[in-house]
Design a protein around this ligand. Sequence first.
Ligand code: GDP
Ligand code: IMO
Ligand code: MG
Length: 436
Amino acid sequence: MKVDVLLGLQWGDEGKGKIVDVLTPKYDFIARFQGGPNAGHTLQFNNIKHVLHTIPSGIFHSEKINIIGNGVVIDPVIFKNEIESLEIVAQQNTSIKTGKLLISKKAHLILPTHRILDAASEAAKGKTKIGSTLKGIGPAYMDKTGRNGLRVGDINTPQFREKYKALTQKHEKMLHNAKFEYDLSEYEEAWFAGIEVLKKYNHIDSEYEINEALNKNQKILAEGAQGTLLDIEFGSYPYVTSSNTICSGACSGLGVAPSKIDNVFGIFKAYCTRVGSGPFPTELFDETGEKLQKAGHEFGATTGRARRCGWLDLVALKYSIILNGVTHLIMTKVDVLNKFEEIKVATSYKVKQYKENGEIEIIETDRFPYNIEEGIVEPVYTKFKGWNTEISQITTKDDFPKELKNYIKFIEDKLEVPISIVSIGPKRTSTIKIES
Ligand code: GDP
Ligand code: IMO
Ligand code: MG
């Protein structure tokens, strides 16, 4: 058996949590492979709305095993809160039993000082700040690649406190040099309380666990966080996150060989959003953008910040499909476009570039360029007549309005990958499967 991967093709918040929850019954294991509590994955079912940050989105299926993989960075404080809110859901809804949760020994820990360093880094950047979620993601991955990090497997060793102290002292020196003021004491206490909660879980060699499961023909779904355009290598650098959000991240973040990857589900919204700073070619600054934001309830699941909105960008999607080897597309939030007379889709970019003699030329391309800043890139749009009708009661693709069928067909033709699921509402039940 091989691993299926589900990941975001845009700037995050594509609805990964919802779709993973919907697909979970088909799998034995759900495994998060990168990112940390910068993620906010929302699930809606049985009148429950629940946001997960570190825990995989298969957790509400009692018979399934959920793994936090080695590529994930864990904040014990947020993890403890997540566990407590799962317990509250289970207390309030006796029919709900959560699945098993296992944690890789090799997952890194976000220290209290990582969060403070994140804040210090953003403050120092001023206007050029990344718009980080301030969860300490960048500093934690920096310590991972800098070979200083603390891992889940260290928690039960006698040297854990000593290692914690040494790394914290190093960070404090950095904060002192940056003249950044902070208060660690209260957060530190909560952090060690979180460590006690982490201790209660099985710390595993997830690479063995996952490969052994595959050998036993068990099915695994790898759940991505963030989106392809936030990938550290291929995203809109430096306005990205600090992990590999693309499919290769599932290999390194779980210990799975590339030859063991099967289906790659690439998920995207029927329009586009971005939260935080950085370029966004199809962003709308007018009432249409506001309408998308309102209709889509586009406010961050982690930070509550308003998400910037714009039209669907097929140039960016094509790029994401190449990077991930997407085999199936999933289009979400289609209902958000219900009340639009006209819908636009970016099909190419006009890009300003310099010729060898220094003159400026404008070329039209469907490649995602190195620089996608405003003033360099201008999207070229194809217009569609909107379906302009309510679709929430629809249960089969055959009943889609013809304008929506056209929209789907156009996207599939341009991207050369089939759309296998269309999501028309936040609930589990508002999911239309088009092909298996
Ligand atoms: P994720 O980070 O990719 O898991 O996505 P988020 O949970 O951050 O954001 C997606 C938001 O859209 C959540 O509030 C979901 O409940 C909601 N959502 C998911 N699918 C749909 C859909 O098809 N229609 C609508 N209206 N909302 C959706
Ligand atoms: P999910 O998994 C949307 C964005 C932040 C910021 C940049 C860097 O819910 O789709 P970081 O905290 O990683 O240093 O922030 O990345 N960002 C996300 N945007 N969805 C997310 O996760 C995100 N995680 C990080 O807003 O622009
Ligand atoms: Mg989210």
